[in-house]
Structures are given as C-alpha cells and as structure tokens.
Design a protein around this ligand. Structure first.
Ligand code: SF4
Length: 402
C-alpha cells in the first residue's frame, strides 16, 4: 500500500503497520489491538464469553469495571467505524443541531445502529459535556440501560476539608457504579487492588517508553504513539495482551540502533488533545520531521498503594490533571514541554466543543506569553480524510519551527 491509496482511518492503520513500521512486531501488535478492540469485545459478548459495557476511554470507572469482571468498551473507539450516515442519524432522527460536536453525533448514530445488539448498558459520565448528557437521555428512551456518574470537579486551590468532602462524594459515586455494574454496593477490594497494581506497573512502563522515544524519536511515529497512551486506559479490552505489547516495545526500543541524523532533523512537539480520528494529520506531522514526544495525557501520577483501593481510586482522580480546572492540565503541558525540549505545541479538538475550544484558547494564550509557538486545530470525528486546510496549516507550522 502506498500513501496515495489511503482513503480512511483503517487504511492509515494498515499503512502504519505494514509500511511505516514494518520492522516492529510490537507496533504491529499494538495497532492490531486497537483495530480489533470493539469488534472482538462485541463478538465475545455476543457469544457469552465475556460481559461488556460501554464506557469512556478514560476515567476511574475503567479499573472498577475490570475489577468487577466486566470489559469496558470505549464508545469513542466507535468513531473509526463511523461515517456520514452516523452523523445523519443523529441530526435527522435524534434532531441534534448541526453544530453539535461530531464525536457525540457519531457515537449516538453508532448506538442507534446497534439497537438490537445485546450490549445495551452504558456508563455515561456527565463530566463537562452537555451534548453527551443529552445523548444519555436519548439512549435511555431507546431502551439502553444508562448509569450516569456525576461531575467531580476540583477547582483551583481546593484542598483541606473541601477536598476531603470531594473524596467522600466520589467514593459514594464509585459504590453507586459498582451497584449498577454488579448489583452489589460492596466492591471486591482485592480485585480492585490488583487492577491498581496493574495500572501503576503499566504507567511506569509507558513512562519508560516515552523516555526511550526521546532518544530514538522516529522509531515509533505519531499514530501508534497516540494509541499507546489510549490503550493505557482501556487496554483495548485485553489487559494481558496490551502489557505483553508494552514489554516487547521496551525491548525493541532498548535495542534499536539510533540514527544520529534523526536527532538532528527531529522537531519535538507536544500533543494536546484527544486521539482524533483524522489520521492524515499524524502523517503530515511525520512527513515534516515532527515527532509527538510529549502528551497532555502523560501519566504523571500513580495510585497510592498504601491506602484502601477505593480511596486510592478517588484520590487519584482528584490529584490528576483531569480533576477539573484546566490549570491542572496546563501544569502537565509545561512539564512535558521542558522534558522533551519541545519546539511547539499542537492543540487539537473537535468542532462544536465549546468546552474544549475555551480550554485550548486559554492554553494557547498562556504558552504564547511564554514564547512557545502553538497551532490550534479543530477537526471532526467521523471517518474521512482530513480537510486540506488542516494539513496545510500543520505542515506550515512545522516548517516554521524548523
Ligand atoms: S469534544 Fe467536547 S463536546 Fe465533544 S464529546 Fe468531548 S467534551 Fe463533549
């Protein structure tokens, strides 16, 4: 396959595996895991081999779901299966306004097509996103069993007694969710502890990979790098296989020869945004000698293992960059910029997301004042090539940095 043959995100994954990274078994396996995630989980559920529920791609509900013996299926992963038809269903059948975020419209359109599937349970998070709150209501009416978890928001400066109240509130939410998942409020703490240990172990391994990438920036290019971090949350429904891929990748990176010319050519960048489905953007970054080495969702904190696991889950959320206020993310971006000696910042979000566009504008201004160049891109979620305008902008930005 040549780059000119690519028509959709699935083609990009095949191209990345068979052409760009043909030398790496680990990267090939990582891309396979990501590609087969939704399909394999749906099939295993239909065959009665596993129980699966739809969930976010990140969040405390994922370790809890695994500890309950249930596989979380990230609904955002359905984006790659989406097309204009999903968007049309959301707009014409469910009457979503045209300007609504394409991610929500794609997800709703995909669930609509799965109305006869046996996976009719959704953990819906009400965090910051009004369009998704509307989606939960609509899916309930369509016969889905939706459990909505409530917003937990840590404003800047919240600590002491107020923070402890938030921890207790979140612990209640965790028990509510366990009850919805299993029918019991009690949580198997031993199993949750195992999930927390697994997550901490994998966080350490991913940090190691990201450090190794700084020394060998072109071994793993942009697209699989993004999916490596995405997988750190859901493990693509297959925790043991994901960890085996991570181990293999460490081994490969430790032994791969480093090309000195790569270190002279590379333009280190920090990626601030969602995974995105417009894979042509990643290809444009790679072709311009850019390398996404730093990430907004860098796993900078681990779970406490010296306190009860349910409390550890709650404290991890409230001590993390996703705790609420955008200043928490800002701190992580700042550290990432320094660590990878980034020359620029790529801010990416979806059209129609007022929450994301405000945060991106805030970060753009903050880092602009510090002299860090950035580009603010808005894309869409459904399958299809990125617009020429986005590609031209990203190429021009990286050329400017060079
Ligand atoms: S991009 Fe924004 S509007 Fe879209 S799902 Fe995410 S938070 Fe909601």
């Amino acid at each position: 396959m040549e780059i000119e043959d690519i028509q959709n995100p699935r083609d990009y994954l095949i191209y990345s595996k068979n052409v760009v990274h043909s030398y790496s078994k680990a990267i090939g396996k990582l891309l396979d895991l990501s590609t087969s995630y939704v399909h394999d989980a749906e099939k295993a559920h239909e065959e009665g081999k596993i129980t699966a529920v739809w969930s976010r791609a990140t969040g405390w509900e994922i370790p809890l779901t695994y500890a309950s013996g249930i596989i979380p299926m990230a609904y955002s992963e359905m984006g790659r299966l989406s097309d204009l038809e999903s968007v049309t269903i959301a707009e014409d059948y469910y009457q979503f306004p045209q300007e609504t975020c394409s991610m929500v419209k794609c997800t709703v359109g995909q669930w609509h097509k799965r109305r006869d599937s046996t996976i009719k349970r959704i953990i819906g998070a009400s965090v910051a996103c009004e369009p998704y709150n509307l989606a939960w209501e609509l899916m309930r009416k369509e016969g889905f069993d939706v459990h909505s978890i409530d917003v937990v928001y840590r404003a800047p400066g919240v600590k002491g007694e107020r923070l402890e109240q938030l921890v207790q509130f979140l612990i209640e939410q965790i028990h509510d969710t366990a009850e919805w998942l299993t029918g019991k409020r009690e949580i198997d703490e031993e199993k949750l502890k195992i999930e927390i240990q697994r997550k901490n172990r994998l966080i350490a391994k991913i940090r190691k990979i990201l450090d190794l990438r700084i020394k060998n920036p072109f071994y793993m290019r942009s697209l699989p790098s993004i999916y490596l971090l995405t997988g750190l949350n859901t493990y693509f429904g297959k925790p043991e296989e994901y960890e085996a891929v991570v181990d293999l990748l460490i081994e490969e990176l430790e032994n791969a020869p480093v090309n000195k010319g790569d270190l002279e050519r590379v333009i280190p960048l920090v990626w601030v945004g969602s995974a995105g489905q417009e894979f042509g953007i990643y290809e444009a970054i790679d072709q311009a000698n850019g390398a996404l080495l730093g990430f907004r969702n860098f796993p900078f904190n681990t779970y406490q293992e010296d306190i009860p696991p349910i409390e550890a889950l709650a404290r991890h959320v409230l001590g993390n960059q996703e705790a609420g206020a955008s200043v928490y993310v800002q701190k992580v971006i700042e550290l990432e910029l320094l660590k990878v000696k980034a020359r620029g910042l790529v801010l990416y979000g979806y059209l129609g997301c007022s929450y994301g566009s405000v945060a991106r504008e805030m970060w753009r201004e903050y880092f602009h004042k510090k002299g860090v160049p950035s580009i603010n891109l808005e894309g869409t979620f459904q399958v299809g090539p990125p617009t020429g305008q986005i590609l031209t902008r990203i190429r021009a930005f990286i050329e400017m940095l060079a």
